[in-house]
Design a protein around this ligand. Structure first.
Ligand code: PEP
Ligand code: MG
Length: 581
């Protein structure tokens, strides 16, 4: 059902990925791993929606029978019984009745009603004490996704065919979904929620998709089919714009093109400050294709290879050989420069549908990063073996995420030594002196940095999480955005002490969180003592541009002045003044 176009309006939000785009709106409820179209329906549409429901249930039931028979032959009856249980959920009369009620009372299309009912049922199961009931949550989710995929016409695990040049308007988007978007012609993203450092946003930036977040009620104020302009400079969205605005927007596009052209002029130039200090500028990568930018931008290698995105696009754990090939594809492109490969950093807003996990009320304070890996030694072992094998031929190093203390770091290093010993016995080559680093992204790691640094070759500061944990502010919660402040004095004191500890310990230190790619912070970070920054490809030239017009002695004076300030307001004012002089 297409709605009549709205009159021209403008809605403000916050720029999360810069750029400009125009296209047609596709409004969906994307918190689930399937894109869900959202429409308002009339009372008379409900029987039609329920006919679609019954047809989708029949198709899903047939699919389930096929899967059940297949599994029975290959694995045996107990495993096949899981799918028989899914069939029972599908045919549950209460399930159907609840969906019809939501369609009728909330005037929403079938897909939205299915999602709402599944969310409600799973939330009820998740609250139950009994482990048996809690595990049923995944069954309901699976059934819901199966139905939604069928309704989307995309079959199993795909997203619906989006019209070319769509701009997605949604409440929230998960990283697993955004990796699928890469294969579609998406021009822009408009989100009601989402933090600047949420992983889906980081990915959007790396894909060059302009994104605006905190656009209040976007899914209600915009209809599928509306013509949109995403102004990812001023942070606004034009809905069904007038001809004058379209002309203005064309000028903005020209302006952005000219600015990009000017920046391209410094690609071949070194990242040297005015007083001749060399700064290492590396790229953050999530996919092998990101590594192409190392040559294109003349970067100093890959400072952070987030391996979780390799896992997110799969429906099962990739084997050692598959991982080896994927890491190799990235390292090949960065060669002869180094690739820092971070082992799997799951948990919080990065979840794999196939990774076993129990419900957590506060996942960012739960099983994350290295904690999770140490509990799953087989996953860590496979990954370390793949990285070590690659180290025989490529300059790669290993980075451990979310290190909280020396004990965790030593356990992670012991797993690395064990993997080395295995390869040695098998006669497989690897780099015996592969460099090992620890992410500093928890308050305990900052406090213990002097001890941690003794056990590693380098430190890498993950400011995205560090800000979150130092300031106890969820990085993905847009309502907390005003508290999530990288320029908070506590964050700057921590950064200053980390730079000093690394220097005194004679070890390298880099920043690989989003702060490193924000050109407004570059002079301050240099003044605090950082000489190695890793960021998204869209940010590198902007940062290099600032470096080339900065003097280290002046940056140090600025940092000293800022470290003496006690409020964010004063710090921002000081930084602003420095920028205008
Ligand atoms: C960070 O926390 O700053 C970081 C680089 O890791 P991630 O964003 O992947 O959590
Ligand atoms: Mg992190």
């Amino acid at each position: 059902m297409t709605n009549a176009p709205h009159s021209s309006t403008m809605i403000f939000g916050e720029v999360a990925a810069a750029g400009a785009a125009s296209g047609s709106a596709f409004v969906c409820a994307c918190a689930a791993p399937v894109l869900i179209p959202r429409r308002t329906i009339g009372e008379g549409d409900v029987p039609k929606e329920m006919e679609r429901f019954d047809a989708a249930v029949s198709e899903a039931a047939q699919n389930l029978l096929d899967v059940q028979q297949d599994i029975e032959q290959q694995i045996g009856s107990p495993a096949a019984a899981i799918f028989a249980a899914h069939g029972m959920v599908l045919h549950d009369a209460t399930f159907r009745a609840e969906i019809a009620t939501v369609c009728l009372t909330e005037r929403v299309n079938l897909e939205v009603a299915v999602e709402k009912v599944i969310d409600k049922v799973t939330a009820t199961f998740e609250r139950m004490e009994d482990q048996h009931f809690r595990t049923r949550t995944a069954d309901f989710r699976d059934v819901g996704n199966r139905l939604l995929n069928i309704l989307a016409g995309g079959g199993e695990g795909t997203i619906p065919a989006l019209p070319e040049g769509s701009i997605i308007v949604t409440s929230e988007i998960l990283p697993s979904l955004i990796t699928q978007l890469e294969h579609k012609a998406i021009r822009g993203l408009i989100l009601e929620r989402g933090g600047q450092t949420a992983h889906a946003i980081i990915l959007a930036r790396s894909l060059g998709i302009p994104a605006i977040i905190h656009v209040q009620d976007a899914t209600k104020r915009i209809q599928t089919g509306d013509r949109l302009i995403v102004d990812g400079v001023a942070g606004r969205v034009f809905v069904n714009p007038s001809r004058e605005i379209i002309q203005e927007y064309d000028k903005l596009k020209e302006h952005l093109k000219a600015h990009r052209h000017a920046l391209e002029g410094i690609i071949k130039q070194p990242a040297l400050t005015l007083d001749g200090v060399e700064i290492k500028l590396r790229l953050n990568a999530g996919k092998a294709a990101d590594a192409l930018a190392v040559t294109a931008l003349n970067a100093d290698g890959i400072g952070l290879y987030r391996t979780e995105f390799v896992f997110l696009v799969q429906d099962r754990f990739p084997s050692e050989e598959e991982q080896y090939q994927m890491y190799r594809a990235a390292a090949d492109r960065a060669k002869p420069q180094e690739t820092v490969i971070r082992v799997l950093d799951l948990g919080s807003d990065k979840l794999l549908p196939y990774f076993p996990r129990s419900h957590e009320d506060n996942p960012s304070l739960g099983r994350r990063g290295i904690r999770l890996l140490l509990e799953q030694p087989e996953v860590l072992r496979t990954q370390l073996r793949a990285i070590l094998r690659l180290s025989a031929t490529h300059p790669v190093s290993v980075l451990f995420p979310m290190i909280g203390d020396v004990e965790e770091l030593l356990a992670a290093k012991a797993a690395l030594e064990k993997a080395k010993a295995e390869l040695a016995v098998e006669g497989q080559p690897y780099n015996h002196r592969i460099l090992v680093g620890a992410m500093i992204e928890t308050p305990s790691a900052v406090i213990l940095a002097k001890r941690l640094v003794l056990h590693v070759d380098f430190l890498s500061v993950g400011t995205n999480d560090l800000v979150q944990y130092l300031l106890t502010t969820d990085r993905t919660n847009s309502e907390m955005a005003s508290y999530y402040e990288p320029l908070h004095p506590a964050v700057l004191q921590a950064l200053s002490s980390l730079a000093l500890i690394a220097r005194e310990g004679g070890k390298d230190i880099s920043i690989c969180g989003e702060m490193a790619g924000n050109a407004a912070y570059t002079a301050l970070l240099l003044g605090l003592g950082f000489r190695n920054l890793s960021m998204g490809s869209g940010e590198l030239l902007e940062v290099k541009n600032v470096i080339r017009s900065t003097r280290i002695d002046r940056a140090e004076v600025l940092a000293t002045k800022i470290l003496a300030l006690s409020t964010v307001q004063e710090i921002k004012a000081c930084l602003r003044d420095a920028g205008s002089t």
